[in-house]
Design a protein around this ligand. Sequence first.
Ligand code: HPA
Ligand code: ZN
Length: 372
Amino acid sequence: MTAPQDAPLKAPWSFALPESVHRVPASALPALIERLPKAELHLHIEGSLEPELIFALAQRNGVALPYASVEALRAAYAFTDLQSFLDIYYAGASVLLQEQDFFDMAWAYLLRAQADQVVRAELFFDPQTHTERGVPFEVVIRGLHRACRQAQASLGVSADLILCFLRHLSEEEALATLQQALPYRDLFIGVGLDSAERGHPPEKFARVFAQARALGLHVVAHAGEEGPPAYVWSALDVLQVERIDHGVRSVEDPALMDRLAAQGVPLTVCPLSNLKLCVVRDLADHPLPTLLAAGLKATINADDPAYFGGYLNDNWRATFAALPQLGPAQAYALARHSLEATFAPPEVQAAWVARLDAAFEEAAAASAPLRP
Ligand code: HPA
Ligand code: ZN
């Protein structure tokens, strides 16, 4: 049997592809993808709130919704850009009032993640969406954190929280949110930046990110989703982020591509989100193969699965189906990047990578022709 032809992956890769990768035929890939251990690094927990749970929580909390039914709400999920999504996403979050609501939302996601072989989830949450409505910060973080601890104990899924600042609000409001979060410093591992990107460049949040770094928090930011490559540069240079969320518009700037590759900055790419928010016209046009071929540490993530039509494995499945340039080598690289881009300790990452290697070895052995 001939080895499948994969597009060459350029240096700098921080790893050599295991030999088994070349013995996995393309026909075995769809089933293998489902089973690969993966990390989810770009998931807004409020974006995992399914319409059924929105209606159940609305009823439990006596919140009136401007939609007659689950079907009517789902039918409204036709987005033209990021803002058209954000309007409905913030409306959906209005049913979250009690600690148990935040727990139930996160627990539903974590069960779904376990089914997709997610071994590690670093979950974004938007406290300002809730504190603005009078929900105490403590209620939000205690519910989410309890779900994360229970996931580790009973699902074997490692999960932690990243607090995101809403970039359409002021830096003063972000600074106040960080102050509010300080008593709960041990319940989250980092800060991020999300919401409407255009007109709200990373440098608007220079001081709050400097404070977060000084506290020893990890730092990430959305950049280069709808915003220009200049926002990716300033997320790196001004905010000094460790990962870029989305970053797909980096392909417009060759010098930026070189910088991201040389520095090994992970990009948390979200293909179905990019499709649903019209960042790309078609998944077949998605820049993921270009990012990988240029040696960038791209990963696949779900972003807001309840709104964009898919959880993590749905994103993998749709992306590989639309892009025939992606083969076993790219699947290995994407999974390995995700595991090594986590904020988990190196020895824990290494144990996950060993499971990834074993999954490829098993698939290669199962595909080997039988000897007479
Ligand atoms: N971009 C910016 N803000 C967000 C997103 C996104 O994809 N999802 C939830 N908040
Ligand atoms: Zn996002």
